[in-house]
Design a binder for this molecule. Structure first.
Ligand code: HPA
Ligand code: ZN
Length: 340
């Protein structure tokens, strides 16, 4: 590709005010910070160097990634660590034109190692406040339950979250999808809905379209995280288009985890063309080779997305966020002012 056009596309994507809605904060732990934290905390990592860590990031499926992701998260111990992690993400997101981010965090990954729930939340929240002050980025925190664990374990985690609900905006469901359908967490999510929390869930990344239907009908999610396997069911595609359920799609993640062989094979444009409310996100950018701007850019190049389509994707991301209309309106005006 002509390098001047590439620079133009990069600048164009950066200029689009956008929200990032599918971002695991633990998945932004770059190997350099992982090693610095491990040294600071006296934690042993399974790799000898930053280079060896990056070289190990060759995944065959979701589980092969999760094994390394949980190993890397062991470097995070203190409130300051969670703060530093999130602040580094916000700085990077700001460069990509992110005006609002809804961050997933996995408390069970940390409480199981003896790190207190409050330590995680306090560190993340402090970074959220600083990001607003430094870069004007607004943010929300979404607690994700690990679906490979039991619903009972999820209830115990919710119990720990109860004193902090003013600082937690919603709940999600992540980790190993296959064999852990949304229905496994029906009672837990019913309780979360009663508590007034926003509800999202990963579904249809590796799992079948039926998992997306369960997430909608049983968990009553407001957004589907991933959802790309919806394309296997015409009826579900029609429903998602009709109900305008946002999908938080993560193209580089899908290629890294072998959901699609190449970015050129990704079905994002097919989903968009069918009228679904698709958004672009980075998932675990330290592991998947690109932050949100790179996800927009590489997908645009691979699928031949137009500027109008890129602008639509940014608009979808803002509209699919959990911020009130009054906050949304100025961003939508700014976006509308960007030429096609
Ligand atoms: N899928 C499921 N669980 C996850 C992911 C993902 O892409 N990233 C972090 N936890
Ligand atoms: Zn995810």
């Amino acid at each position: 590709m002509d390098p001047s056009r590439l620079t133009d596309l990069h600048a164009y994507i950066r200029a689009l005010p956008k929200a990032e809605l599918h971002l695991h904060i633990e998945g932004t732990l770059e190997p350099e910070l992982m090693f610095a934290l491990a040294a600071r905390n006296g934690v042993a990592l399974p790799w000898d160097s930053v280079e060896a860590t990056r070289a190990a990031y060759a995944f065959s499926d979701l589980q092969s990634f999760l094994d390394l992701y949980y190993a890397g998260a062991a470097a995070l111990i203190h409130e300051q660590d969670f703060h530093d992690l999130a602040l580094a993400y916000f700085e990077r997101a700001h460069e990509d034109g992110v005006v609002h981010a809804e961050l997933f965090f996995d408390p069970q990954t940390h409480t199981a190692r003896g790190v207190a729930f409050d330590t995680v939340l306090d560190g993340l929240e402090r970074a959220c406040i600083e990001a607003q002050e430094r870069w004007g980025i607004s943010s929300r925190l979404i607690l994700c339950f690990l679906r490979h664990l039991s619903e009972e374990d999820g209830f115990a985690t919710l119990e720990q979250a109860l004193p902090h609900l003013a600082r937690i905006h919603g709940v999600g469901l992540d980790s190993s999808e296959k064999g852990h359908p949304p229905a496994k967490f029906a009672r837990l999510f019913a309780r979360c809905r009663e508590l007034g929390l926003h509800i999202v869930a990963h579904a249809g990344e590796e799992g079948p379209p039926a998992y997306i239907e369960e997430a909608l009908d049983i968990l009553q999610v407001e957004r589907i995280d991933h959802g790309v396997r919806a394309a296997e069911s015409a009826a579900l595609m029609e429903r998602l288009a009709r109900e305008q359920v946002p999908l938080t799609v993560c193209p580089l993640s899908n290629v890294k985890l072998c959901v699609f062989e190449r970015l050129q094979d990704h079905n994002l444009k097919q989903l968009l063309d069918a009228g679904l409310k698709v958004t672009i996100n980075s998932d675990d950018p330290a592991y998947f080779g690109g932050y949100v701007g790179q996800n927009y850019q590489q997908t645009a190049e691979a699928l031949g997305l137009s500027r109008t389509e890129l602008k639509q994707l940014a608009k979808n991301s803002l509209e699919a966020s959990f911020v009130p209309q009054a906050v949304l309106d100025p961003w939508l005006l700014r976006l509308a002012a960007v030429p096609d």
